[in-house]
Structure formats: C-alpha cells, structure tokens
Design a protein around this ligand. Structure first.
Ligand code: APR
Length: 318
C-alpha cells in the first residue's frame, strides 16, 4: 500500500523531493534562460514548433478561436473539423482536403523571422534538432539543414501515389492543387496524397528513430507556437532530462499537466507550480519572441541578415 501511495505522491508531485539539485537556471524566468545560453551552458538545444510559428506567414493555425482552421470548415460539411485530416475520410472523399489545401497553400514560401531564428541556432552550433508539427516546409525555406529537421506530422515537400507509391515533388503537387482537380497518378490513375500525416496514420519513422536519443541529450527545450494538444508530439516535453530547462514561446500558456497526464507519469509544463525550477513561459508572438531572444543574446545583426537573405525586408529587431 505504501508503495502505491509513494507512486501517486511522486506522480502527483505531492511532497516531491527538493528540486534544488536539478535546478540549472539562476533565475526561473526568460532572463535566466538567456543567461544560461549566453554562459554556454547548453550545446544541444531541441526546438518544437506548431502552427503558431507560421501564422505570420499567412497560414492559419488550427485551434485559435475564430481564426483557427477548425473554426472555418463549415462549408465542407464534415462530420467534425478534424475529419478533413482523417485518413479514412480522405480515402472516401479527398476533395475537401484538396479544396482546403488550395485555400491554405501559401502563395509564396516566405519563412518568418522565427524560422530564421531556428536557422541561426543551427549556425551557432547549438541546434541538435528541430521537431515541427508544421507541413509548410518553411523551416527548409529558412535554410535549416534537412538533417536538423524532423517533420513529425509529415510535409508537403513530397507526395506519393496511394496506389503504386510513385513519388511526386512539391511543385507538381502545388500545380495539381491549384488546378482544382484531385491529383491523380500519371502512372496508375490513383489519388496522389501529400506526405503529411493524417489522423489514423503513423508518424514518420524518422521521428521515432531520432526522438529517443535527441531528447536524452537535450539541455534546453524551446517550444514555439503550439497548443501541445496532439500526442505523441506533445509528450516530447516530458522526455527531456529532469535538469533540462523548458521555454515556451506562445500566445498563451499550455502543456500544463491534467490529472490524467499525471496518472500516466507525464508532468507536463509546470510554470505555475510552487516547485517549478525550470519551466518558463514567454507570452507573445513567435516572431517577437525570436527577436527578444536575439536581442538578449546579442544576435540581432545576424538575425537581421538571415531575414534579409532572400531579399525580404529585414524585420526591425526590437
Ligand atoms: N505566435 C505565438 N503563438 C501563436 C501564434 C503566434 N503568432 N499564433 C497562434 N499561436 C498559438 C495559439 O494560441 C495556440 O496556442 O499557437 C498555438 C497553435 O495551436 P494549434 O492551433 O492547436 O496548432 P498546433 O499546436 O500546431 O496543432 C497541432 O493538431 O490538427 C493537428 O496535425 C495538426 O499539427 C497539428 C496539430
């Protein structure tokens, strides 16, 4: 009985052991995380991204009330909003997905300044891996190396025939999407589907191959623009070492533990807990967060140069 009590006490964080021994931040706030980076205390940063990182590129997120995608699918007569990304629904009726893809497809693939910040982390030799839920390929457009990117929910970068598995590139799919037809394979005539992960499909094997070791090595986790609503991606926050600081850059706090998560051994992000020794929330837009980090780290000029790389107007760093 005592063992069970200890298990739940530990999982529910009751009377938890002192976290002093695990604390690596001088102050558990944005400045403390920036000092931790400036002092060279981290070499293996893992970043996690959600749709909030791309909204300033003109791509709506999913769950923001009113503007989020799931609030704007009424005309597709779906059983529920997520059905548009459900593989069994797609196999029966792919049209709504492709209509939506046409609406969503960014007219130009212009990375945001936050995407450039990920590139800058790589240039600084600090980026171990960038895990993204986004399918927009903006990290690639920003110049982040393929090796450093894990597109956990797939990508528009490639597509495959659902019949004969023939591979098609991003431009072919884009042309098909804007032709208003459902893309059909040039060899066998079956529907061609972008390599994005639909509900009901497995995440790419690359995700499972890398996540184990990456998160064990991670000494700073930075989470950009996600509600952490979808598993298994959201569980990454619980798989870093107990000493690893976790910085959320988002319009709202999220990822906090509910009882079920605690019962499953997931503590989530504990900003508000009295025993919090490592979780920091920077509330605002991803772009402003990237600019604030660059300013705190003395990287403004380099970030400005990267943003201007493709001739785009360099954003005014704060
Ligand atoms: N800057 C910072 N945060 C932002 C911004 C922004 N410019 N815009 C939106 N946000 C925040 C929202 O407040 C929300 O907390 O980003 C989060 C976006 O959450 P979601 O819309 O749920 O998107 P995401 O977390 O990426 O969804 C995960 O759900 O449907 C699936 O496969 C889909 O990959 C997607 C997954």
């Amino acid at each position: 009985m005592e063992k069970i009590r200890q298990f739940f006490a530990q999982k529910l964080n009751l009377g938890s052991a002192s976290n002093e021994s695990l604390k690596v931040l001088e102050t558990v706030d944005f400045d403390g995380v920036m000092k931790y980076i400036r002092d060279g205390c981290c070499k293996s940063v893992v970043t996690m991204a959600g749709a909030g990182m791309s909204t300033s590129a003109g791509i709506p997120d999913f769950r923001s009330p009113g503007s989020g995608l799931y609030d704007n699918l009424g005309k597709y007569d779906l059983p529920r909003p997520e059905a548009v990304f459900d593989i069994s629904f797609f196999e029966k009726n792919p049209q709504p997905f492709f209509d939506l893809a046409r609406q969503l497809y960014p007219s130009e693939l212009k990375p945001t300044i936050c995407h450039r910040f990920i590139r800058l982390l790589e240039q600084k030799g600090l980026l171990l891996r960038h895990y993204t839920q986004n399918i927009d390929t903006l990290e690639r457009a920003a110049g982040v190396s393929d090796e450093r990117i894990v597109e956990a929910h797939g990508t528009f970068h490639t597509s495959h025939c659902t019949g004969c598995r023939q591979r098609y590139d991003q431009q072919w799919m884009k042309d098909q999407i804007f032709s208003e037809d459902v893309p059909k394979c040039e060899s066998c005539g079956a529907v061609v589907k972008p390599d994005i992960v639909f509900f009901g499909e497995n995440l790419p094997s690359r995700f499972f191959r890398l996540v184990q070791d990456d998160l064990k090595k991670c000494d700073l986790l930075i989470i950009f623009g996600t509600s952490l609503a979808v598993q298994p991606f959201a569980s990454l926050v619980d798989r870093v070492p107990d000493t690893c600081p976790r910085l959320l850059v988002n319009k709202e706090k999220c990822g906090r533990p509910n009882l079920l998560m605690r019962m499953m051994g997931q503590s989530g992000l504990e900003f508000d807990s009295s025993s919090n020794y490592r979780d920091v929330a920077w509330l605002g837009t991803c772009d402003d967060g990237a600019v604030a980090m660059a300013a705190a780290l003395g990287w403004q000029e380099e970030l400005r140069r990267l943003q201007g790389e493709d001739g785009a107007r360099p954003e005014e760093a704060a």
